[in-house]
Design a protein around this ligand. Sequence first.
Ligand code: ADP
Ligand code: MG
Length: 368
Amino acid sequence: MKVVLQNLTKIFPSRNKRSNEEVVAVNSFNFEIPDGKLIGLLGPSGCGKSTTLYMISGLLKPSSGKIFFGDDDVTELSTENRGIGLVFQNYALYPHMTVKQNIMFPLENLKGADRPTKEQMLERAYEAARLVQIDQLLDRKPSELSGGQQQRVAIARALVKMPRVLLLDEPLSNLDARLRLQTREEIRRIQKETGITTIFVTHDQEEAMSISDLIVVMKSGLVQQIGKPQDVYDNPANLFVARFLGTPPINVFNGRVQAGKVYIGDAAVLEAAGVPDQEVYIGVRPEGFNVAEDGPLVCQLRDIEVMGHATSFLSSHEASINPVIRTLKDADRHITVEGDTIRYSLKPHKTFLFRHDDAAERIECEVK
Ligand code: ADP
Ligand code: MG
């Protein structure tokens, strides 16, 4: 089921009685979520992710704009009639019910002709439980389950009604690191197996990048960029997107373009033919540095971190906006550095130029 958002906007009245400033939580969203895909809504806390999800679910009424499921305008439809499955960060299971009863609960609530027979309900509960691999635990109470298992029950409960759209709001936030990884792989597997259009909200860029077909990067209620994770990483629309994606984060320098050359301080680091002379922000991914004896960018070496699979050089430069410049090298290439300076050349396809203003949009050009 494809989902289309048309000029979708949510404005909350001021919470502060003295100021009348409204909060534009979601500002005119226009995008299409393709049928059968997993889309990640990604952005820092407070950027409007949950508000978007709750409008799609029907829990919140938009201030303006429309929501379509396929060709159906569902904007005025109640949550129960939208055919969605919802999973929240806190699992919100009924503590006095067994796992089986929790999963069957949405079916028990169906009325009239929609209500399956008891046998059908059981059959569907077993099926959902098998899908999330908790079919051994059906007679337990939620308190007898780990966090990861509880979240699986919540997912099974969302799946049992065979939703047209599955909505997940930070579903992994309460899990420890290992379970988070495992559960996100599970969610991806389940989504692929069922083919249910899924919207996954998270503030964790790595999580969104790793499981989404498409990511929507948001900031302050505005969509910044939509695309395949790798495309957005490789072609960020602006400095915000570039900084939000990637660990370690992108390194940013104050610099300038002059006569077609890109300068950091006095060092000409690359060429950008056709770009008018101007001040720029220069973003370099951690993997975009070559250690080179005659490299133009001369930095003060601070530390070397060995992580096993990779080695990270920490250095500083007066034009760097990040407190430390962090570069990343495969550990199978041994590099020895002597003294307290380190010299780099920059990889053009890992280096981006951004306008030196508030919006900091990327300057479309070929860096060489
Ligand atoms: P996210 O899920 O990305 O962290 P939210 O969608 O929860 O962000 O919130 C977006 C913005 O809307 C925030 O500034 C938040 O404070 C505000 N907001 C959310 N819900 C309400 C509400 N019920 N009343 C007033 N402001 C709200
Ligand atoms: Mg939220």
